[in-house]
Design a protein around this ligand. Sequence first.
Ligand code: CUA
Length: 274
Amino acid sequence: MNIHTYEKLWLVAAMLLIVGFIATIAYGSVGLGIAMVSDQEETVNPSNLGDDERFSDPGVEQVGENEYEVTVIAQTFMFQPDPIEVPANSTVTFYVTSFDVTHSFSVPGTNINTMVLPGEVSKMTVEFDEPKEYGIVCSEYCGPGHHTMEGQLHVVPEDEFDMTDLSVEADDEVAIGDTATVNATVENGMLEDLETTVTLEIDGETREQDISVGGDETAETTFTLDSTDPGEGEHDWTVTVDGYEESGTVTVVDELEDETDDSTDESAGGDADE
Ligand code: CUA
């Protein structure tokens, strides 16, 4: 059989095109490192995220010197936590799941762009060199509020990043002569020890206490106040640690009202006036 030269050329060209297409598809799916939502990650129960080890308290965790893990929950129509704050010069691995329907977790300006499916955990690792503020968007239609579904990712300078948390418990009311306590709990979310000072201000008086909190630990500091000195009335207090602040009021009264005493109708306001 005799095949015309031009026909041979066209046959070869068509073959090359087919091989070229296959090569392009193969490169696009493997060579660029683009991954589908991995089914290697353990699945989660979307209706029970509150009891899940990783997702019950979504947020940032330090796992190495410059390594962080962030768990994120996407739900109609928000991301949790928001904003997400990580330091510059870090390697951050995101684990994202959905509480309800299919969303996406996309951060324009980075290579983060993944579908988020209920029950599945999308994992991706990114390096952040420079401080920058990014927006997070959902690019998967998820309902009437889809276009409003957005979040913030703040990459902050290393020296501005900390994972300190302050909570304070204090007496609301004490009888004069008794001791009032202000109990400050400082949580250190970083792996390194935290050396800092807890400051209590009450009635213009300042008290300080140096504390050392181990990595991933909490420390408590208790300030005791002799109520005879400030005397009856309301006393505002403020506790500060590294720029975190909590404040409240302790009321010193002549006599604590008995909970079971119903003889007075002035008790509701807790007013210490005579
Ligand atoms: Cu979530 Cu669109």
